[in-house]
Design a protein around this ligand. Structure first.
Ligand SMILES: Nc1ncnc2c1ncn2[C@@H]1O[C@H](COP(=O)(O)OP(=O)(O)O)[C@@H](O)[C@H]1O
Ligand SMILES: N[C@@H](CCOP(=O)(O)O)C(=O)O
Length: 326
């Protein structure tokens, strides 16, 4: 459930009055999502999304997120376009929350990604990296390698209650990724959360990307590693090499990967799996059970992490490149 803040009709009608989007016909909360409150708006001019930014989103980051979506949409990436008020503002305030209205993106996310979805996602991610290359704002990744150990420490002493030995396993993994994290790979603006629920498809074709609220500046290949973790495993936890080949191949078809990026991909995937293991673990142990926040299973990412630990080179992901796998 992700409608944390209620909006009354008079408040909303007044808010909408500042925009050229016609009269309000109806609105309803959208149950999906985790971080913010989202509403589907129907007006005499069309359908829109209203987002109220909740506490876990830092207000000072909003110009980066909203500006990035505008920048990408202007360059032809299919993603929500912030709608401006008549006064030119894309961010306002509603029900005591920062709020924005976005264009509605047609399509649905896929619960059963197939290799052709993975290929399209890889290509779209590389396209996003290219289109964001001249985005002028900068946002530090608040969940970068250096932040993982403090996040783990803030999980407290109940980690082994989930699985015996888990704290030591995570500690050893942190030691490894901190010592082996690549420093000199190409950097830029990354999506940082390109999971299946953030990619829409329509009639089998990718129709757009949403949820840029983890976007930040970091290694481009780390974004690919996040997508490998999110798209290429089956429900039973096994890695699907055909999906790996499709995702990485789709990415490389738009933005060729350097040999150094390919060599680094296994450690980047270990880091990506660890990052989602840790954020899920933190929520699992600290968010009250009666909270609206949907807690996701941390152990799914422990399984993925263990797989990546067994990987010797990018060819184990199904991707062959003679520079690194000959
Ligand atoms: N521009 C959009 N067009 C269509 N649906 C959207 C749009 N933005 C959000 N949604 C809907 O709202 C849901 C939650 O959005 P999301 O940005 O993922 O929220 P959160 O940041 O809270 O996780 C999505 O799964 C989708 O159904
Ligand atoms: N993708 C993350 C959680 C963030 O949720 P989102 O709805 O904002 O994409 C995870 O799976 O842990």
């Amino acid at each position: 459930m992700a409608v944390y803040t209620d909006v009354s009709e008079p408040q909303l009608a007044e808010f909408i009055g500042a925009y050229d989007i016609g009269e309000l016909l109806s609105y309803k909360g959208i149950a999906e999502g985790v971080e913010n409150s989202n509403f589907l708006l129907r007006t005499t001019a069309g359908t829109y999304i209203l987002t109220l930014y909740e506490k876990r989103v830092n207000r000072s980051d909003l110009p980066f997120f909203v500006g990035l979506m505008e920048h990408l949409a202007e360059r032809g990436l299919s993603c929500p376009l912030p709608v401006h008020t008549r006064g030119g503002e894309s961010l306002g305030e509603l029900s005591g929350r920062p709020a924005a209205i976005f264009t509605f993106l047609e399509g649905m996310w896929t619960r059963r990604p197939a290799p052709q979805h993975c290929r399209a996602v890889g290509a779209a991610l590389a396209g996003m990296h290219g289109k964001a290359a001249d985005f002028p704002l900068h946002r530090r990744n608040g969940l970068a390698v250096a932040d993982w150990r403090p996040l783990f420490e803030s999980c407290g002493d109940r980690v082994d209650g989930i699985e015996a030995g888990l704290a030591a396993e995570i500690g050893a993994e942190l030691d490894f990724v901190e010592a082996n994290w690549p420093a000199d790979l190409p950097k830029g603006v990354i999506h940082a959360d390109l999971f299946p629920d953030n990619v829409f498809f329509l009639s089998g074709e990718l129709s757009g990307l949403i949820d840029f609220y983890f976007a930040c500046n970091d290694l481009l290949a780390y974004d690919l590693a996040i997508a490998v973790c999110a798209w290429c495993f089956e429900q039973d936890g096994s890695f699907n090499i055909t999906k790996g080949r499709a995702l990485i191949g789709g990415y490389a078809s738009v933005r060729p990967l350097s040999a150094a990026e390919l060599v680094a991909l296994p450690v980047l995937c270990r880091g990506a799996a660890l990052r989602f293991l840790l954020t899920r673990l933190y929520d699992w142990l600290t968010v009250p059970d009666d909270s609206f926040v949907t807690k996701k299973d941390p152990m799914e990412y422990l399984g993925k992490l263990r797989f990546h630990r067994s990987v010797k080179s990018v060819s184990d992901y199904g991707y062959d490149d003679e520079r690194v796998t000959a």
